[in-house]
Design a protein around this ligand. Structure first.
Ligand code: AMP
Length: 306
């Protein structure tokens, strides 16, 4: 099937009904990189029809300049998404998503008080509202999100449970550059001299992951190992390094349940986030460090168009 670019909920649902079977949704803000593409491929493996939504959601930007600077290239996104198994691109206008300024929004309390929620007030209300609209408006059977945005994934899992939305939420591994830097649409904004420094985040997380795999369970020790490694690179401003539970994003003293070691730091004026998930498999803790690309990311093949 040729990828179809549609702008309305109604047309997307019609396109989805044309195909038989299960519908998979991959919500994105466009300007696709291999992180997004891995979500699309993994969803195509399990769903009969894959809808990729591309919408830069004004509700989740606390900074107008950040919103205005967001890169966009629908033609490029369509080619990449199609090559990775997408069938339909849902690219709504702001007017389609929000015909009127919404007076009904979704707030996930508690787990949004901390870390990214504390740093970006209102951000997760915007995320929760747009994800709820996408899930209710498109009614997918499965929706895929990246573990890269760990707190967002926890928020989405919680709202789906609390609101009894019948969808299977999948959290998929972080895709990284060959040197370990997690792919992010923000990476293109890194000044050339800061690009090498940005690897410090993953280096710190992996050093802590090594310690966990060697048996360290004390949160303070795990956090300190990551923090010490990250701060060995001068000029990095660490916002936080925190070991939190996977479901509530609450601080833990000891690693005794599924957890996330999350960090945020500013490098060359760009704020980056990264994490490793620590899963419980049987009676073992297994660290998910994500997957590294073998070659340079598509993000750097050309400059952002605007
Ligand atoms: P965004 O377009 O930034 O809103 O991201 C759309 C989806 O892609 C979210 O579920 C993100 O968590 C996911 N994503 C972003 N970066 C990565 C990455 N490096 N690896 C895997 N998934 C990612």
């Amino acid at each position: 099937m040729v990828v179809r670019i549609v702008e309305t909920f109604a047309e997307t649902r019609r396109a989805a009904r044309d195909g038989a079977g299960t519908i998979g949704l991959v919500p994105t803000m466009g300007y696709l990189h291999e992180g997004h593409l891995s979500l699309i491929s993994a969803t195509a493996d399990i769903a009969d029809l894959v809808v990729v939504s591309l919408f830069v959601n004004p509700l989740q930007f606390d900074d107008g300049a950040d919103l205005a600077a967001y890169p966009a290239d629908l033609g490029r996104d369509a080619e990449l998404a199609k090559a990775h198994g997408a069938d339909v691109l849902f690219a709504p206008s702001v007017a389609e998503m929000y015909p009127e300024p919404p007076v009904t929004t979704v707030t996930v309390r508690d787990l949004t008080d901390r870390l990214e929620g504390a740093h970006r007030p209102g951000h997760f209300d915007g995320v929760a509202t747009v994800v709820t609209k996408l899930l209710c408006g498109l009614r997918p059977d499965v929706a895929s999100f990246g573990r890269k945005d760990a707190q967002q994934l926890a928020v989405v899992r919680r709202l789906v449970a609390d609101l009894s939305i019948p969808v299977d939420i999948r959290g998929l591994p972080t895709v990284r550059e060959a040197d370990g830097l997690a792919l992010s649409s923000r990476n293109v904004r890194l000044p050339a001299d800061a690009r090498a420094d940005a690897v410090a985040l993953s280096r710190g997380l992996f050093a802590a992951a090594d310690a966990i795999e060697a048996g360290e369970r004390a949160a303070a020790a795990i956090e300190r190992i990551a923090e010490d490694e990250i701060s060995r690179t001068p000029g990095i401003g660490i916002d936080y390094v925190a070991l939190v539970s996977q479901d509530r994003f609450a601080p833990v003293d000891r690693l005794d349940r599924p957890a996330v070691l999350a960090t945020a730091a500013t490098v060359g004026g760009v704020r980056l986030i990264d994490n490793v998930h620590i899963d419980v498999v049987g009676d073992r803790f297994v660290v998910d460090r994500g997957r590294r690309l073998e070659r340079r990311s598509v993000l750097y093949e050309e400059e952002p168009c605007c």
